[in-house]
Design a protein around this ligand. Structure first.
Ligand code: CAA
Length: 261
């Protein structure tokens, strides 16, 4: 990974304190939620460190894989933080505080990368939202999704509500959140929460195969296409047609320049 201080990436100590492990191998960065003894429960440090990883990824990284060590992807927020009255700022400061935590999630949508959540076992609350922040979810047959926040008197606030509604529709999102029920693998696939289903033993191989297929596609075209697809839900047809022309013009000019030079 090189000298972490020079790259801006968190060093081994910072990663360990955040319950994370990071491996960067060429075009692929793998982030492991790495507190299996706490079922990969996440702290504020986890989310701030995720944001730091996202902000300092080497330019050549095209795919980011998020995975969990041990029996679960993640049991969500570390509940011990609710026992510390000083853990949360008071009043008006909360908006900026939560915005900082959300940065641990938002970078996963950047057009320059494709993010993959490799999920298995319990994928709860903040862990479910982390999977939702990724572009593609590969799920093992033991996955158990649960949006538990409302059952704890809270709301899902780590960027998960928009992709959840986009994936399953408003009514199903309401039903899932307001009952905080658990969704198992078959139903998750049916609802569109999962793009690729596999066995628990087959999870790593399924992710590796997906990564290989993603890297086989032209890098610049991949970035432009993700940018285009991200725009689509908010655009009218006319706006999206214009966006397609803009991106294609950029691609054609780049291809012509490469051909000539
Ligand atoms: N925070 C802190 N510690 C946790 C934890 C969490 N979220 N989840 C599990 N742990 C700890 C357990 O306390 C236990 O510790 P000990 O060994 O010291 O007893 C250890 O991890 C192993 O847990 P279990 O023995 O319970 O493991 P399991 O495999 O039988 O069950 C589980 C796993 C279903 C995830 C269960 O641990 C559980 O229900 N955890 C709580 C889940 C939860 O409510 N998360 C919060 C969701 S809300 C959210 O994330 C967003 C938000 O902003 C509020």
């Amino acid at each position: 990974m090189g000298d972490a201080a020079a790259t801006g990436l968190p060093d081994a100590e910072a990663l360990a304190q955040a319950g994370l492990a990071l491996d960067i191998d060429g075009a692929v960065a793998t982030v492991t939620l790495d507190r299996p003894e706490r079922r990969n429960a996440m702290t504020f440090a986890t989310w701030r460190t995720l944001a730091r990883i996202g902000g300092n990824l080497p330019a050549g990284v095209r795919v980011v894989v998020l995975r969990g060590a041990g029996p679960s992807f993640s049991a969500g927020i570390d509940l011990s933080m609710f026992a510390d009255p000083g853990a949360f700022p008071a009043g008006d400061d909360l908006d900026g505080f939560i915005a900082g935590l959300q940065e641990g999630y938002t970078w996963l949508r950047r057009p320059e990368i494709v993010s993959i959540a490799a999920v298995h076992g319990h994928t709860i609350g903040a862990g479910f939202q982390l999977a939702l922040a990724c572009d593609i979810r590969v799920a093992a047959d033991d996955v158990k999704f649960c949006m538990k926040e409302p059952a704890l008197g809270l709301v899902p606030d780590l960027t998960g509500t928009k992709p959840l509604v986009e994936a399953v529709g408003l009514n199903r999102a309401l039903e899932l959140c307001l009952t905080a029920r658990t969704v198992l693998a078959d139903e998750a696939a049916r609802l569109g929460l999962v793009e690729i289903s596999t066995t628990r033993d087959g999870l790593d191989a399924a992710v590796a195969g997906l990564v290989e297929r993603l890297l086989a596609v032209n890098a610049e075209a991949a970035v432009a296409t993700k940018r285009l697809l991200l725009e689509a839900p908010g655009n009218s047809l006319a706006e999206q047609c214009a966006a397609e022309r803009r991106e294609q013009a950029g691609r054609l000019k780049a291809m012509a320049a490469a051909f000539q030079g």
